[in-house]
Ligand binder design. Sequence first.
Ligand SMILES: CC(C)(COP(=O)(O)OP(=O)(O)OC[C@H]1O[C@@H](n2cnc3c(N)ncnc32)[C@H](O)[C@@H]1OP(=O)(O)O)[C@@H](O)C(=O)NCCC(=O)NCCS
Length: 379
Amino acid sequence: MVAEQVVVHKGLEGIHFDTTKICHIDGQKGILLYRGYNIHDLAANATYEEVCYLLLHDKLPTKQELAEFDAALKANRTLPSVVMDIIRTFKDAHPMDVLRTAVSALGCIDPDVKDMSMEANYRKAIRLTAQFPTIVAAHERIRKGLEPVSPRDDLGHAANFLWMLKGEEPDPDAARAMDLDFILHAEHSSNASAFAARVAASTLADMHSAVVAAIAALKGPLHGGAAEAVMEMVEAIGEPERAEAWVQEQLAAKKRIMGFGHRVYKTEDPRARHLRELSQVLGERYGDPKTFQILRNIEKAMEPLRAKGIYVNVDFYAGSIYHYLGIPADLYIPIFAIGRIIGWVTHIIEQFSDNRILRPLLHYVGPMEREWVPIEQRG
Ligand SMILES: CC(C)(COP(=O)(O)OP(=O)(O)OC[C@H]1O[C@@H](n2cnc3c(N)ncnc32)[C@H](O)[C@@H]1OP(=O)(O)O)[C@@H](O)C(=O)NCCC(=O)NCCS
């Protein structure tokens, strides 16, 4: 028998499983485009709401279109009481588990639950995008023994999230920082969570089920969890002058430095630039330049690894932004999810629009045709 020639693409590295019109990444040049628009232009000029519209509809909105889209988001911010009850029941769980469970519950009672039409999927996409911040903020309040804060129609998506989280109106700089963070996290092609969403969608499961799959995939430290791990590292280092030695010790022990490395980027992640700048500004503004200084020193200590294509990624400075805004560490991944929900629903809609079930192969390397042994004879 001729041995089968099989090439295994571990981690599906380098595999294109479909075409897309949502997002382009050039990992060698450090270029990121949402629907053809450069992330640097979007970071400088857009609001998160505009980016959401762009991703969903493949065009920048007119003033009228944006006003209508914004109104639709605002009209969907409040959660059904049964979901609030679920959040209260599971208030001591990790916020990602609460988010996943709340979305699963929303999928049981969504007004379009049985409707798989494109129109219904756009309605679900807007509802989910509007509901994510409310779930995360309500859970944070409830677990602290506080009452949830109702959304405010006079505040944009990011400012309203901070308002619901803290019960006080954020200053414009904090609101813009959150808005920018959501823009930078909104979409990133076939990353693990978007891929998980597309796998579920490719079976023609409904949008809420696919979003639950995405939330589950985002939770791990190799994907959404890195920002939290970065801030744990900052705390462990303590002082800027200790950063270099700490990094050397970790590398010598063959440990990874969180917030560095990327499957696609082999140069600096273009999103990191904006978060670095924001981290410096907020550090000075909130009287904590030390955190930023420790991060800078870690980045300098990691420079030799650039030869291997390991550069800073989006998560490295993101955690410090949340830290400066007074947000607890276990909310960092759910905040990533609040920004990313729009990318997930856009991918789910794209998958539905030209679907083929995603079903790769595994190359079997175990024993063949083993002899069945009755239970009495097993040693
Ligand atoms: C993102 C990540 C999972 C990509 O993984 P990947 O494409 O499978 O890359 P690999 O795990 O094959 O790593 C390739 C090499 O780079 C090294 N490397 C990758 N990331 C590293 C890091 N953060 N620190 C130190 N070394 C790293 C690996 O040890 C490996 O070295 P080797 O070839 O000598 O064994 C990986 O870079 C990582 O674990 N980073 C830290 C977590 C993180 O920041 N995640 C957020 C991503 S946005």
